[in-house]
Design a protein around this ligand. Structure first.
Ligand SMILES: [Zn+2]
Ligand SMILES: [Zn+2]
Length: 368
């Protein structure tokens, strides 16, 4: 197995490059490495190179794929997308048409990717992103969240065909059922016969004669769907959970897109999270700070914990409680809890207490 190169490195752009910079880098490299622009003996090499830059572009030009790549690297992409899925959302067709490539080159390209030709045949539906707000306690324990989404699903009456049940589609008369319209184009690279999807039937070759009454011929309907998502322990702000097939419906029997649930964690009244660690401040009574003793500290689990304070503890001293932080999303390790002390100065003392303290002050030679 060969080690895959970094997509940013392949396109020669930085990790902070804008969508426009990414597209420009791809166009530049695509002209340079286009298989039809190199001598015969270098074609195989060029095809491989072309495939590599096109894959990098397919991922980095798609916000969802880019995010998965930025978070999980190649593993995130490889485990979620088939080769076909990887390229299906990218509009290579318009890029190459802009650049003046067409005809056989265009067909050859999609042959390289081993995928369907643009616009005809099944197409995957779009992805949906939904934020879900949870508390820090829920992020600690893990939680199951229920919510509804409003999305397109395949029409159950016509099963996505768009035709009224019992009726059939008729052959498109504009393209005579081929789904394509051919035209000749003269470009810088020579003359090409360009084949474009038929605008009337959108490349399908057939049109609906009597539309389905439920979806009005679109094959899809908008619907509310209840979603239940299991949020695992240890999630952080921005953690994304993918639910396969709950995005928008596909076309022509294409798979539905995916639903991405983005976790948002509410601010906690006591704890501040730093990675897997938790930080909190605890007030320590003055006598315990001086003489030492035990104080109760809160934990994310809920139960209070006794913590030993050594004699002579100053304010802002930080104690570490090992393994009392958040669970780690990717391992069984737990973060730590850091407790910062604040020495509490008593505001209301009775006479007896005041006298004791005055005695103490006088013993230090203080004028009180
Ligand atoms: Zn229908
Ligand atoms: Zn047609």
């Amino acid at each position: 197995m060969t080690v895959k190169r970094d997509y940013y490195e392949i396109l020669g752009v930085s990790k902070t490059a804008s969508a426009k910079e990414i597209e420009e880098a791809y166009r530049r490299l695509a002209v340079q490495h286009h298989p039809d622009r190199v001598p015969a003996e270098k074609k195989d090499e060029a095809r491989e190179k072309f495939k590599e830059i096109s894959e990098a572009y397919a991922v980095l030009s798609d916000p969802n794929k880019k995010r998965e790549y930025d978070t999980y690297g190649h593993a995130g992409i490889d485990s979620h997308y088939s080769q076909e899925d990887l390229f299906s959302g990218t509009n290579f067709g318009s890029i190459f048409r802009d650049m003046g490539f067409g005809g056989s080159i265009f067909e050859d390209l999609f042959d390289i990717f081993g995928t369907h030709r643009e616009r005809s045949g099944p197409r995957r539906g779009a992805d949906i992103e939904v934020p879900v707000k949870i508390s820090l306690e829920e992020a600690y324990r893990g939680v199951e969240k229920d919510f509804s989404i409003y999305h397109t699903v395949t029409c159950s009456t016509c099963r996505g065909s768009g035709a009224k049940p019992g009726t059939s589609k008729k052959v498109c008369n504009k393209c005579k059922g081929t789904g394509h319209i051919s035209s000749t184009q003269d470009t810088f690279f020579g003359r090409f016969v360009q084949s474009q999807p038929c605008p009337r039937c959108k490349g399908k070759g057939q049109i609906v004669d009597i539309p389905c009454e439920k979806c009005f011929g679109s094959g899809k309907i908008k619907e509310q769907t209840k979603i239940s998502v299991k949020v695992p322990p240890g999630v952080d702000n921005g953690t994304t959970i993918r639910i396969k097939g709950k995005g928008e419906a596909g076309d022509e029997g294409g798979a539905s897109g995916d639903l991405y649930v983005v976790v948002r964690i509410a601010q906690h009244p006591i704890f501040v999270r730093q990675g897997d660690d938790l930080v909190c401040k605890v007030e320590i009574p003055y006598p315990i700070a001086v003489l030492g003793g035990q104080v109760e500290v809160p934990t994310i689990e809920g139960a209070k914990l006794k913590m030993s304070i050594p004699p002579g503890t100053q304010t802002n001293k930080v104690f570490r409680l090992k393994g009392k932080g958040m669970p780690n999303l990717h391992s069984s390790r737990r973060g730590d809890m850091y407790v910062e002390t604040i020495i509490h100065v008593p505001e209301k003392l009775n006479d007896k207490q005041k006298n004791i303290l005055r005695e103490y002050g006088k013993s230090l030679g203080l004028d009180i």
